[in-house]
Ligand binder design. Structure first.
Ligand code: ATP
Ligand code: MG
Length: 575
């Protein structure tokens, strides 16, 4: 199928001015290049060029899914509440789940993800280990009533996702497909022209334990990550870390109780006691579901990572304002020496060798210095508790961690039997027993990927597409449309380029050259063929490459062949 479009027929409403609501490049450029329009907060219309790019991303994802034996289907977007009640997520998902009821008062939700509906489908139809493994995927809308939709397509409420789900009779079979999916995700990122890193991550709402996120690196990304030369990388939410030992105090000293009136923060304490912040220890209080108090001790200059706290003590929640009164403990002065009876004391591994802690005395306006674990108090559990920071040690090789920001474009999860158990989805195993399916799920944010591509590929004039995602490959720009030497050449080249398999547009508007050039750079067609009266008289046109800005004169006769082969070569770099 040839793609030969005329600008005069195409709805590409470019904007001259930067829209004020757009804070980041991809949002601004998608609006300015006439690719999307906002319908409501976090809800967008895709205009013809925007939709072409979306479909190119979908096609790449489709090819990579098909290549690893996943099969495409389409699941319903509107899902019955009963399935979500069965899995327990009707309650657990909270206000992000958009709920509605039909005229009979039956409850439904708009699919934010599709584990429930696919598990229910498979449990009714796949009965034997002989039918496994099975991998199914769809490309569909998702709706999540995000608290803060922002940055255009990066964090929408309605967005397009490719989600795949796999069903297995064993962990080994899951691992095999999970590895295939992860490799496919790497190839998808490469084919989209994204600079990315796979990172260890936390599994959040979806559940499960083993998971990897694919981060497109960008300063505007909402995710923070740390990485090491050795190749290890992790989302900061999940990153293990080795905090360097910083204390200069190696000899134990007597513990002293110090009056510290009005001292509330670590900075104030460190100044007051004239000891560095890293020699103070911050204590944060949490409670378990059965009401046990837990004190988490971390170096004064570091932050407690709530996910690591949860990993150390299952079900623990940090105390809210009311809790401090209920447990009658002094918020600003907590410490591990003589806490309330039955308190579990958990301390960060980096404090293990510290012999003189500056801590709260569990009494308003008092602190202790020189407190020593094992002598003055007991630590019940040592664990990695802090948020990783650049400069920390890599948990794999001990190298120095660096930090970066990223956009999570995709994620793969090993779900295990979480959904098959709660939804009673079983198969008959080879030995005749009934077992729950072992499952995985794998998501690519199609529309978020589009934004991520633009975040990484733009300049001051507009978008600089990798050819794999460009809405069109070539713009033919005649400098005048009513000149009877220029127009026939432009029209002819446009047709012949299309026939040669290139996706081409002709800017047939009766506009000034400057307007046409600015629009072409803004939308970012990888190649522009500029046709002017003087050139035609000399038998040449100008070929401009968007990514380098390089302009070359090419003989009219050679243009189609030259350009078609350059494009073929460039496309092959993204295959
Ligand atoms: P985030 O942490 O950014 O909210 P998530 O981890 O909740 O995302 P997943 O459930 O892993 O998202 O969904 C798979 C993919 O769907 C994500 O990797 C991302 O590319 C995309 N996605 C998720 N939420 C949004 C959103 N609000 N807008 C656009 N794309 C999204
Ligand atoms: Mg995710």
């Amino acid at each position: 199928m040839t793609v030969a479009l005329r600008m005069s027929n195409l709805h590409v409403p470019t904007l001259k001015e930067d829209p004020t609501e757009a804070e980041i490049a991809s949002h601004r450029l998608l609006l300015r290049a006439g690719m999307i329009r906002k319908a409501a907060a976090g809800i967008y219309t895709f205009l013809p060029l925007g939709w072409r790019s979306v479909r190119k991303i979908e096609q790449i994802v489709r090819e990579e899914m098909d290549a690893i034996g996943s099969q495409e289907l389409l699941l319903p977007f509107v899902q019955p509440a009963e399935l979500w009640q069965e899995s327990g997520r009707w309650e657990a998902y909270g206000p992000e789940l958009a709920r509605l009821s039909d005229r009979q008062g039956r409850e439904f939700c708009l699919g934010p993800t599709h584990e429930e509906i696919i598990t229910a489908l498979v449990r009714g139809e796949v009965r034997s280990y002989r039918d496994l493994p099975l991998s199914l995927y769809q490309i569909n809308l998702k709706f999540r009533d995000e608290m803060r939709p922002r940055f255009g397509l990066l964090r929408g409420r309605e967005f397009i996702m490719k989600d795949a789900y796999s069903f297995h009779d064993s962990q080994e079979s899951l691992q095999e497909h999970y590895d295939d999916q992860a490799r496919a995700y790497g190839r998808i990122c490469e084919r989209l022209g994204l600079t990315f890193r796979p990172v260890e991550a936390d599994s959040g709402q979806i559940g499960g334990s083993v998971t990897t996120e694919f981060m497109a690196l960008a300063d505007t990304g909402e995710a923070a990550l740390v990485y090491c030369e050795c190749g290890w990388a992790a989302n900061i939410e999940a990153a293990g870390t080795v905090v360097p030992q910083t204390s200069g105090i190696t000899e134990p000293r007597p513990m002293e109780r110090v009056h510290t009136p009005g001292i509330r923060t670590i900075a104030e304490l460190s100044q007051f006691l004239a000891i560095p912040e890293h020699d103070t220890v911050k204590t944060m209080a949490g409670k378990t579901p059965n009401g046990m108090l837990v004190y988490f001790c971390v170096p004064g200059n570091r932050e407690l990572n709530p996910l690591k706290a949860l990993r150390a003590v299952s079900g623990v929640e940090l105390l809210g304002d009311e809790d401090f009164a209920a447990y009658s403990i002094p918020r600003g002065s907590l410490g591990p020496v003589s806490p309330p009876e039955g308190t579990l004391v958990v301390a960060d591994l980096s404090l293990h060798e510290e012999v003189a802690w500056g801590i709260g005395a569990n009494e308003n306006d008092y602190h202790l210095i020189g407190a020593m674990p094992g002598r003055d108090f007991e630590v019940d559990l040592w664990a990695d508790l802090v948020v990783a920071e650049p400069g920390d040690g890599c948990p794999v090789c001990g190298g120095v961690l660096r930090s970066a920001r990223g956009i999570e474009v995709s994620q793969v999860f090993q779900l295990g039997t979480k959904y098959s158990e709660s939804l009673s989805a079983t198969f008959t195993a080879e030995d005749g027993t009934e077992r729950p399916f072992v499952m995985g799920c794998y998501g690519v944010g199609i529309t978020r990927s589009l934004a991520a591509v633009i975040e990484q590929h733009h300049d001051d004039s507009g978008i600089v597409w990798p050819i794999s995602v460009a809405p069109l490959e070539v713009a033919v720009v005649p400098l005048s449309v009513d000149d009877d030497t220029v127009w026939p050449v432009a029209d002819e080249l446009w047709r012949r380029l299309a026939e040669s398999g290139v996706e081409v547009l002709i800017d047939d508007r009766d506009e000034r050259a400057g307007v046409k050039f600015a629009d072409a750079d803004l939308v970012g067609y990888p190649y522009q063929v500029v046709i002017g009266k003087r050139g035609v008289a000399a038998g040449v046109v100008e070929l401009k490459e968007r990514s380098t800005g390089e302009r070359t004169e090419v003989a009219i006769d050679a243009l189609v062949e030259t350009l078609a082969s350059r494009i073929a070569e460039e496309r092959s770099r993204y295959r």
